[in-house]
Structure formats: structure tokens, C-alpha cells
Design a protein. Structure first.
Length: 430
């Protein structure tokens, strides 16, 4: 009977080192508001330390050339990294670089195109280059990627790309972009879209702006974590810049998004735990109306509900990670979708309660809560809006049921069947 909630001691030691390193070395950087270039310089020696310990860019499976930690261990690592937005950069697995590296690695595995390893994959894994994932377009619903308008047409030994994208995270600091485009308009988009690698300085790539958002209302162009609007006009790249096989863009996107969602969800738990710590500290420290906040039932409800929701989200996520490691990504679709929308809600709820407990201080910039709250809102939209994941779950779950004329639990029908089944027994009793 294997049903174990513990972490093996050797790996727990690594996690403990990560907890301390993130708390003592990385988290204090948050308060300095460094610009991107300064931040990159400051974290360099930290990245060296992480590399020395074999924990840098640890997200690839063994068959893709990585360390092969598996989703469960990666999940536990991301829980620690999620407390602070700078930590994933220090550990070489910030979005979208980690997911993009995975895409390129899967492409290399499927096509044997080893030239893409040195040129695109290795610089990403070493943290020497940054990338963007350019799929969503301003004019059409991102939730329905079959509506994509961007095209890539083969002309000799080049792709010619035309389209308009936005919300390409890190687009304005990226060395290259992965563009999702229609390469065959004559078939269903699920078989007619492809992903193509485009160096950001290619002629015709116009990074128009970093879009101001709820997370960064006064965004400075070229900032780490910015979301770029990009126009691609007659952009020419060699045909060998295709990732995987032609027409496989959607399938590759699905493979990339599964693990990414687990990592997001565990980072949210790390974030929410930080808010939970503030909620508990504040409850014990704030005195009003003859008692501490912690002695009032409202605050006790906030703490108890947050604790239970966090525990539920954590177990759901670790279970999904275990299922992915054991049965693969495809078999874990329902669990991944459940984690994605439920985790986003828990993150939001816990931060909201912590803000309420802190009153004006919670609303102010003197605590990290207000920023956490603004960023948390996006979690219900990116990597698939809540509603899309709920559709996936409901569709899959309903496959286990069938339409009935009379519901299985309808009492009179059940009684009739039971009377028939026990007829002889009941007769013999009288
Ligand atoms: C912080 C952030 C980072 C992002 N990073 C990237 C990136 O790096 N690269 C990239 O390509 N994109 C990125 N995106 C875009 C993201 O993928 C899209 O926002 C998302 O896919 C939703 O698409 P949309 O915004 O066009 O909303 P729409 O598709 O227009 O949907 C609007 C709303 O309709 C509802 N809805 C959708 N489908 C259904 C349904 N079936 N049933 C009921 N209701 C439904 C949902 O509530 C949804 O929020 C990012 C977005 C954010 C917020």
C-alpha cells in the first residue's frame, strides 16, 4: 500500500537549502525595486550558486536531456520559488523560458534536429537568453485558439510571417520569440498551425509596447515580466526554425501547458502561504475592542478557511503532479484543469483575507499584499481562463455517465427492483 505524503530525506535537504536561500538571499531584493539590467547583474552570483548545486533550470525530463526531477519534485520546488517573483529567475525556470525550453526540447526529440539544441535550447537552459511565447492576438478570443489569424507561408527556404500578437510575456526583453501561426489554412487549425522560432531583431518584428496591466499599471518598456504587443510584418526566417513537425503547433502547446500549470499552481501556494503568514502574524498582533484580532471569530474563520483551502489546493496539485509522473500528461488532464482554476481561486481568497485583516496597512504599499492581489487576479485568466478549464473537467467527467430515462437514484424504481431481488427472502420471513 503506497500512499505516502512524505518527502525523501535527501530531497528534503535540497528543499530546506532552497527555503533558506530564497528567504535570506533573494526575497530582500524585492524591496529595492531594481531595474531589469541591475537585477540580472545582482542575481548572477546567486545563479552560479544554484548551478553548483545542480538545481538550475531543473524542469526538463531525462528523455529531453534534463535532470529528470519529475513533476512532483518540481512542484515542491516551485512552492518555495513562488513566494517571491525573483526566485524563478535565480533558479533558471521563470515563465515563459522554462515552458519554451520544454517545447524546443520536445521538438528536437521528435524531429532529431540537434542543431536547435545549441542554437536555441542550451542558451535558454543556461539562462544566457530570454524568450517569449507569442500566441494570443488582440482581435480574437485567446480561449479559442482555432481563431488564430497570424500566418506563416513557405517561400523557398524561408517562412514569411504576418500577424499581430499581444500579451507576449517578456517579449520586450526576449532574444527570440516562439510564434504560433497558421501554416496550412486548408485543414482544421488543430492540424494546420505550427510554432516557429523568430529572433527578436529580425526585420519586420515590431515590439509596439508593453501593455499596462493591473499587475504593472505604469509599466516601463523593456521590464522583466512585461506583456508585449508585437506586429510581425513580412518577417522572414529559415524553414529550419520550425519547432517539431509542421502542423503540430497545438499538440506541442498542450504538452507545454500541462507541466507549466502545475508549476504555476505550486508557486501560487507559495505566494498564498506568504499571505497566510501575514494574516496569522497580524491576527496575533493587532488589538481592538478589548481583545486581539486572533480572539475574534471572524479572524479565526479567515485562518481556518485559508488553512483548509491551502491544504486542499496543495494536495490536489501534488496529486496531479504524481499522476503526471505515473500516467503521463494526457491521462492527467482533469486533475491539471482542476488545479488550475481551484488554485487561482485559493490564491485570491487568502490574499484577500490577509488584506482585510491588515486594514489600511494591507491596502498600502508598505506590505507586499496589494501587489500580490493585483498579480493574483491574472491567474484566473492566463494559461486558460477558469471557464475553459471547467468546460474540460465537466466534459471529461460526464464521459463516466450516461443519459437515463429514470435517474439511478429514483426511489420508487429502486424499491421495485429491491422488492423483486429480495422477494423470496421476504416471503420466507412471514
Ligand atoms: C498575465 C498574463 C500573461 C499572459 N502571457 C501570455 C503569453 O506569454 N503568451 C500568449 O500568447 N498569451 C499570454 N496571455 C494571454 C492569455 O493566454 C489569454 O488572455 C487567455 O488565453 C484568454 O484569452 P483572451 O484574453 O483573448 O480572452 P477571451 O478568449 O476573449 O475570453 C474572455 C472571457 O470569456 C470567458 N470564456 C472563454 N471561454 C469560455 C467558455 N468556453 N465558456 C464560458 N466562458 C468562456 C472567460 O471568462 C474569459 O476570461 C497572458 C495573459 C495574462 C493575463
Amino acid at each position: 500500500m503506497a500512499w505516502d505524503f512524505s518527502t525523501e530525506p535527501e530531497f528534503e535537504q535540497k528543499l530546506e537549502w532552497m527555503r533558506q536561500f530564497c528567504k535570506e538571499e533573494i526575497e530582500p531584493l524585492e524591496t529595492l525595486n531594481l531595474d531589469y539590467e541591475t537585477l540580472v547583474k545582482v542575481v548572477k552570483p546567486m545563479q552560479q550558486e544554484v548551478k553548483k548545486r545542480g538545481l538550475f533550470a531543473a524542469h526538463l525530463s531525462e528523455d529531453l536531456g534534463g535532470q529528470g526531477f519529475g513533476q512532483l519534485k518540481l512542484g515542491l520546488m516551485h512552492e518555495i520559488l513562488g513566494r517571491c517573483y525573483i526566485s524563478p529567475l535565480v533558479f533558471g525556470n521563470n515563465a515563459p523560458d522554462s515552458g519554451n525550453a520544454e517545447l524546443i526540447a520536445i521538438g528536437i526529440k521528435e524531429t532529431g534536429r540537434e542543431d536547435q539544441r545549441d542554437k536555441w535550447l542550451e542558451p535558454l537552459l543556461k539562462g544566457e537568453k530570454h524568450s517569449g511565447f507569442s500566441m494570443t492576438e488582440p482581435g480574437v478570443a485567446g480561449s479559442d485558439p482555432t481563431l488564430i489569424k497570424t500566418t506563416a507561408v513557405k517561400d523557398g527556404d524561408e517562412w514569411v510571417i504576418n500577424g499581430h500578437k499581444w500579451f507576449t510575456t517578456n517579449g520586450s526583453i526576449a532574444d527570440f520569440l516562439i510564434v504560433m501561426a497558421v501554416t496550412n489554412p486548408d485543414v482544421h487549425p488543430y492540424q494546420g498551425c505550427s510554432m516557429i522560432l523568430v529572433p527578436a531583431d529580425t526585420k519586420g518584428v515590431e515590439i509596439i509596447r508593453d501593455v499596462p496591466t493591473m499587475g504593472e499599471p505604469h509599466v516601463v518598456f523593456g521590464t522583466f515580466g512585461g506583456h508585449s504587443e508585437i506586429k510581425y510584418t513580412d518577417v522572414r526566417v529559415p524553414v529550419e526554425n520550425l519547432i517539431g513537425h509542421e502542423g503540430q503547433g497545438f499538440r506541442l502547446a498542450q504538452e507545454r501547458l500541462g507541466p507549466g500549470r502545475i508549476h504555476h499552481a505550486m508557486r501560487w501556494i507559495g505566494q498564498a502561504n506568504r499571505a497566510f503568514d501575514i494574516l496569522c502574524e497580524q491576527s496575533l498582533s493587532r488589538f481592538m475592542h478589548k481583545s486581539y484580532l486572533a480572539e475574534k471569530q471572524t479572524a479565526q474563520n479567515w485562518i481556518a478557511e485559508s488553512y483548509a483551502e491551502l491544504m486542499a489546493a496543495r494536495l490536489m496539485t501534488l496529486y496531479a503532479a504524481w499522476k503526471m509522473d505515473t500516467f503521463g500528461n494526457k491521462a492527467s488532464r482533469v486533475e491539471i484543469s482542476a488545479v488550475k482554476f481551484y488554485g487561482a481561486k485559493v490564491l485570491y481568497n487568502v490574499i484577500d483575507r490577509a488584506i482585510q485583516a491588515c486594514g489600511a496597512l494591507g491596502f498600502s504599499g508598505d506590505l507586499p499584499l496589494e501587489a500580490m492581489y493585483r498579480y493574483a487576479r491574472a491567474a484566473r485568466i492566463y494559461d486558460g481562463a477558469d471557464e475553459v478549464h471547467k468546460v474540460t473537467i465537466a466534459r471529461q467527467v460526464l464521459k463516466n455517465y450516461e443519459k437515463k430515462e429514470v435517474l439511478s437514484e429514483y426511489g420508487p424504481a429502486r424499491r421495485k427492483l429491491a422488492e423483486e431481488k429480495f422477494k423470496d427472502v421476504l416471503l420466507n420471513l412471514t
